[in-house]
Ligand binder design. Structure first.
Ligand code: GDP
Length: 299
């Protein structure tokens, strides 16, 4: 990865982010637990560092969502990593799954700060960057009642409150929590997962970064999907652009005259990753992510 071509022309911290920050800080005062949903394929990069700042001492439940698409072994590693922190639990979810409510409620109750007061209502705030699956999860848990989400008096109209069971209230993020990208690698991973707008990055660059990572960590999946059987190719790491060309050739991404359509090839690779056609893949381990924060190219 090199500097000038980072995929993000974006480094948005739009004005309304400040509104979200203020509303979140306000809301956080009156909740018992904060749930942060992250994408299990990129837990570090899909978290918003602002939350960590805002919510320092709050009991926290990390929900590793889309775990059906992620590498199960790495999901467990992330869970363990989170749970080393004070007041923190982590669960893995596939939010299309029928009954995640129980696991989520139980995890929140276990984090309840004052253990004596079991009858006190429990108030929980759920946060996550767009596309992480928050609406899907809320719909799965609340079902038809979602339509009747109550507006809490005195707070932003867009902030909704759902009742998960008697005395257990779930508040949706007041506003939109955009991802805040600190290091280049996080930007590539968010782009690969489809979590940032397509106009913000170059598909080819993102696909090349993805291929570089897959060659290092998920070579069998890569070879299986793209039928790389040539022994010499299979043993050595190809330059990423050559691999992209080879994939384009195999998958018939051709331009008139027979040249490889690398844009098309890049789109195919990204699609294959996003749909988990390539397999269950996680783009960062806790150690890698921590290391990027220390040594990565800051944006
Ligand atoms: P929100 O922006 O956080 O509310 O995200 P949505 O709930 O709209 O979900 C974004 C996309 O991710 C949708 O296409 C969902 O179908 C998909 N999605 C949500 N949760 C999961 C999950 O656990 N697994 C998979 N595979 N897809 C999910």
């Amino acid at each position: 990865p090199t500097g000038e071509n980072t995929p993000m022309a974006i480094q948005w911290f739009p004005g309304h982010m400040h509104l979200t920050r203020n509303a979140l800080a306000e809301r956080a005062k009156s909740v018992d637990v904060v749930i942060e949903m992250v994408d299990a394929r990129l837990p570090g990069s899909s978290a918003n560092p602002m939350l960590r700042e805002l919510l320092q001492q709050k009991p926290s439940l990390k929900v590793l969502n889309k775990s059906d698409l992620a590498d199960p072994e790495r999901t467990r590693a992330w869970q363990q990593w989170y749970e080393q922190k004070d007041n923190t639990r982590a669960i893995a979810l596939d939010s299309h799954h029928t009954a995640p409510a129980r696991a989520l409620i139980d995890a929140c109750l276990a984090l309840r700060p004052t253990r004596g007061s079991m009858d006190k209502p429990m108030r929980v705030l759920i946060c996550g960057i767009p596309n992480v699956g928050k609406s899907t999860l809320i719909n799965t848990m609340v079902g038809k009642r979602a339509a009747k989400a109550a507006n809490e008096p005195g707070v932003t109209r867009t902030e909704q409150r759902y009742t998960l069971q008697d005395g257990f209230y779930l508040f949706d993020t007041p506003g939109v929590l955009w991802p805040r990208i600190i290091v280049a690698q996080s930007g590539y991973n968010l782009a690969a997962a489809g979590s940032i707008g397509r106009n913000a990055f170059d598909d080819e660059l993102v696909a090349l970064e993805l291929l570089a990572y897959l060659q290092q960590h998920y070579r069998p999946e890569l070879h299986h999907r793209y039928a790389i059987t040539d022994e010499a190719d299979a043993l050595q790491t190809l330059p990423d652009h050559e691999l992209l060309q080879a994939i384009g050739r195999k998958r018939g991404a051709l331009l008139p005259g027979g040249r490889i359509n690398t844009q098309k090839a890049a789109e195919l690779v990204l699609q294959d990753f996003r749909s988990a056609t390539l397999g269950r893949i996680t783009l960062e381990t806790p150690e890698e992510f921590e290391n990027w924060l220390l040594t990565g190219e800051k944006l």
